[in-house]
Design a protein around this ligand. Structure first.
Ligand SMILES: Nc1nc2c(ncn2[C@@H]2O[C@H](COP(=O)(O)OP(=O)(O)OP(=O)(O)O)[C@@H](O)[C@H]2O)c(=O)[nH]1
Ligand SMILES: [Zn+2]
Length: 204
């Protein structure tokens, strides 16, 4: 691969990865031609470039590791529920490459009082969502990352989303919501605790 074909796309302060911008541009041009458009008409001239930048941004999570966010933790002696709810996210369905979007809710119960910075939960969702994805996999990856890095007593992740592949094409059911949950640790067998979290999530 000619090194000029690769542009460095900075995704974090410490982690840089190459995204093949030129290849995305060629592919977008080919798609435009294939659907019967003229990529050389004025309005479309910069479209491959714009789309390549957009894809680099929308898929930047491929080059990031959400585990990095849990390198800093706090010993606060708090061993009760922590819930960050209504975390908005946008992702791309890996089957159709169209968006799905919604809200993630992450609850955990710390072990030995070890808590994470609240923003790190939202950062984890953001990073994992910015990959070609399935909703189930986002839910599981967020839960597994928290369990591995924070070693809490338990994690409960709830994600609700609308999939554009069910809205604008195919079955065309706008408004249909998909809810996925993953319960780990103490939440696995404790429906009282899970219901407590669900009631907090439903609070306005
Ligand atoms: N489980 C799961 N399925 C998804 C997700 N996003 C999209 N899908 C589904 O992926 C499936 C792909 O089905 P296929 O039959 O291979 O593709 P298709 O012919 O385009 O399917 P239709 O959408 O039914 O027209 C569809 O049923 C989508 O609704 C997701 O996050 N999780
Ligand atoms: Zn889809």
């Amino acid at each position: 691969m000619d090194s000029k074909q690769w542009r460095i796309h900075t995704v974090t302060k410490t982690n840089t990865q190459a995204v093949d911008i030129e290849k995305i541009q060629e592919a977008v041009k080919m798609i435009l031609e294939a659907v019967g458009e003229d990529p050389s008409r004025e309005g479309l001239l910069d479209t491959p470039k714009r789309v390549s930048k957009m894809y680099a941004e929308m898929f930047e999570g491929l080059h990031m590791d959400p585990r990095d966010y849990f390198e800093t933790v706090f010993h606060e002696g708090h061993n009760e529920v922590v819930l960050v709810k209504d975390i908005p996210f946008f992702s791309m369905c890996e089957h159709h490459l169209v968006p799905f979007y919604g809200k993630a809710h992450i609850a955990y119960i710390p072990q030995d009082g070890v808590v994470a910075g609240l923003s790190k939960l939202a950062r984890t969702v953001e990073t994992v969502a910015k990959r070609p994805q399935l909703q189930e996999r986002i839910t599981t990856t967020v839960a597994n990352t928290m369990m591995e890095m924070l070693k809490p007593q338990g994690v409960y992740v709830v994600i609700e989303a609308e999939h554009m592949c069910m809205t604008m094409r195919g079955i065309k059911k706008p408004g249909a919501k998909t809810i996925t949950t993953v319960a780990k640790g103490i939440f696995e067998n404790d429906d009282v605790k899970r219901n407590e979290i669900l009631s907090f999530i439903q609070m306005p």
